[in-house]
Write a protein that binds this ligand. Structure first.
Ligand SMILES: C[S@@+](CC[C@H](N)C(=O)[O-])C[C@H]1O[C@@H](n2cnc3c(N)ncnc32)[C@H](O)[C@@H]1O
Length: 236
């Protein structure tokens, strides 16, 4: 019997986490591609062994210390800057930009989308997985004082406190993403309802949470999704 049945998780939890993200990434990878990892920090989204032959892999992160904490050989080149501040010289440099759990941290999604578009070559693609603004954990995160919410997330997710970053959730909804990336050539937004793990340490709460999440999923409440995967293409 699968683990999810023991934990009372619904069938959508059978889909491996990241499936949609990786399928969009795979479509855009080919030997020799130039890839930018936005917010890869200490853990690049594609490990060196997962990259196509001849790929160039560049890391851009707001934190120089996060980039430095990455294992040796993680990046061919790094830039320490907020994505909202365009780096001169990166215009039209990449075939693919990937971003794993970063967009919820940016201050200005519209500006971010514009800079990403500028960094891509014609025909290039941006693929991201991000947290939803209206997920229960995100609402709690936004309401609680920053220090306290950071400690709670670190405890619930069993993560070191220094790997919990300040969140903004600017335009981190289905409609918000449509608006920020609406001018791109081809935009796909996949809503996901998948946050029961946050309650692993509180089983009684988890059962109630799963009932709520099942309702949001069954009624296709896209604005209440816990995460989104987006793929946006730049016109050839
Ligand atoms: C939750 S971590 C995710 C790191 C990595 N992608 C992973 O999955 O392990 C968020 C990362 O985004 C970076 N970050 C936050 N705001 C940013 C911004 N405005 N521009 C660029 N990077 C940012 C942080 O420094 C951090 O490395």
């Amino acid at each position: 019997m699968e683990l999810r049945h023991f934990r009372g998780l619904p069938p959508r939890y059978d889909t491996r986490w990241g499936t949609e993200f990786w399928s969009f990434v795979r479509e855009a990878t080919a030997p020799g591609v130039s890839i930018l990892d936005l917010g890869g920090g200490r853990q690049p989204t594609l490990a060196p062994g997962e990259r196509p032959p001849g790929a160039r892999y560049v890391g851009l992160d707001i934190s120089a210390s996060e980039l430095l904490a990455a294992p040796p050989g993680s990046y061919d080149e790094t830039f320490a800057a907020p994505i909202e501040d365009a780096v001169p010289g990166l215009t039209g440099s990449f075939d693919l930009i990937v971003s794993w759990q970063v967009l919820e941290h940016v201050d200005d999604m519209d500006r971010t989308a514009a800079v990403l578009h500028d960094y891509l070559r014609p025909g290039g693609r941006f693929v991201a997985c991000l947290s939803g603004r209206n997920a229960v954990y995100a609402v709690a995160n936004r309401l609680l004082p920053a220090g306290l919410s950071g400690r709670i997330v670190a405890h619930l997710r069993r993560r070191p406190l220094e790997t919990v970053f300040r969140t903004r959730y600017h335009r981190c909804t289905y409609g918000g993403l449509q608006s920020a990336f609406g001018a791109w050539d081809h935009l796909r937004i996949v809503p996901l309802w998948h946050a029961a793990d946050y309650f692993d340490r509180v089983p009684m709460l988890q059962q109630g949470y799963i009932r709520y999440e099942n309702w949001a999923f069954a009624h296709n409440r896209r604005e209440l999704a816990t995460n989104y995967v987006i793929a946006a293409d730049k016109r050839l």
